[in-house]
Design a protein around this ligand. Structure first.
Ligand code: UT7
Length: 313
């Protein structure tokens, strides 16, 4: 049995914040932000729009795309570091709102790599026959833990959610290999203090430009494939320069890499499922494509998957 993607969906809040808007808040410039990160705008949730609301909107779209109801779900995993509250989990809130009465539910905490951890966890349940349908969501309202006085971080982040229904797919499709990792000694590079994000940008950058290419290459080799077999790369959207490092290592053209950081900034655990959902929606990723998903985040954590997109039915 192989686990794969049955449906995808994403949602971002309506309000757009531009780099020019940020120029009014901190000492920065549109030119600096664009040239150092690739970010032009980000979406920011309203006061009464919580992480679970973003997660819900993305999940409804993913369920509809998969052609199933909440009742069909066996498990809900939500990757987030910005849950509405410590408990109940966002996953439990979703379980209620989706009417997923028979689903178990929990949040997954691996920061920006959370969606990769969630997806790979889901695959284990599906492939060992324990569960048939698992909803994996990456959802963040980073704006509520952003220090809006710190120009080193506040220009980077945005809010949003992406969701994916996973289940068994036909032979030849689905997840072919994965890699997960963590390095707790990097706990001072990116962390939360007094409820706000703290980051040593250069440290995270150095780690990411090493890890993203390495993990991307590892999953290709583990799947018994070569770089030439890779059709599309969906990297965590943290910084275009980091994304480029992964793309260059896989030796694939620019148009074969998901690129939405310009519109949404870094949405942490939501960035990979949002990017994947958009590329599928725009027919850039189609059935049979070999896709590398790769992410990294605070912890430090990282994860990658090579999957052949599609259900094969
Ligand atoms: O999901 C994971 C989350 N985190 C990341 O992915 C972050 C990874 N790191 C990065 O993306 C980059 O390190 C940053 C975009 C955060 C920073 O880019 P950089 O090229 O590494 O810049 P830097 O930290 O070396 O700073 C260069 C200069 C500094 O000034 P001095 O010390 O050279 O005078 C900063 O103070 O740029 C200054 N600076 C800014 N200037 C204008 C830092 N932030 C800003 C800003 N606007 N927003």
């Amino acid at each position: 049995m192989t686990a794969g993607i049955l449906g995808l969906g994403h949602y971002v809040p309506e309000r757009i914040m531009t780099n020019k808007d940020l120029e009014k808040i901190v000492e920065t410039s549109d030119e600096w932000i664009q040239s150092r990160t690739g970010i032009e705008t980000r979406h920011i949730a309203s006061e009464n729009e919580e992480t679970s609301d973003l997660a819900y909107e993305a999940s409804v779209r993913a369920l509809s795309d998969a052609g199933i109801d909440g009742e069909a779900l066996d498990l809900i995993l939500v990757a987030t570091i910005t849950g509405d509250m410590a408990f109940p989990s966002v996953a439990c809130q979703l379980q209620k709102r989706l009417g997923a009465t028979k689903a178990a539910a929990m949040d997954v905490g691996a920061a920006c790599a959370g969606f990769m951890y969630g997806m790979i966890t889901a695959a284990q349940f599906i492939e060992n026959g324990g569960y048939e349908k698992v909803l994996v969501v990456g959802a963040e309202k980073l704006s509520k833990i952003t220090d809006w006085t710190d120009r080193n971080t506040c220009v980077l982040f945005g809010d949003g959610a992406g969701a994916c229904v996973m289940g068994q797919v036909a032979e030849g499709y689905g997840i072919k290999s994965f890699e997960l990792g963590a390095d707790g000694t990097g706990d001072t590079a990116l962390y939360q203090e007094n409820e706000l994000i703290r980051m040593n940008g250069r440290e995270v950058f150095k780690f990411a430009v090493r890890q993203m290419p390495e993990s991307s290459e590892n999953v290709v080799l583990k799947a018994g494939l070569t770089k030439d077999d890779v059709d599309f790369l969906v990297p965590h959207q943290a910084n275009v320069r980091i994304m480029e490092a992964a793309r260059t290592r896989l030796d694939i053209p620019k148009e074969k890499m998901a690129y939405s950081i310009n519109k949404y900034g870094n949405t942490s655990a939501a960035s990979i499922p949002i990017a994947l959902s958009e590329e599928v929606q725009n027919n850039k990723i189609t059935s049979g494509d070999n896709v590398v998903l790769v992410g990294f985040g605070g912890g430090l954590t990282w994860g990658a998957v090579l999957l052949t997109y599609g259900r094969g039915d």
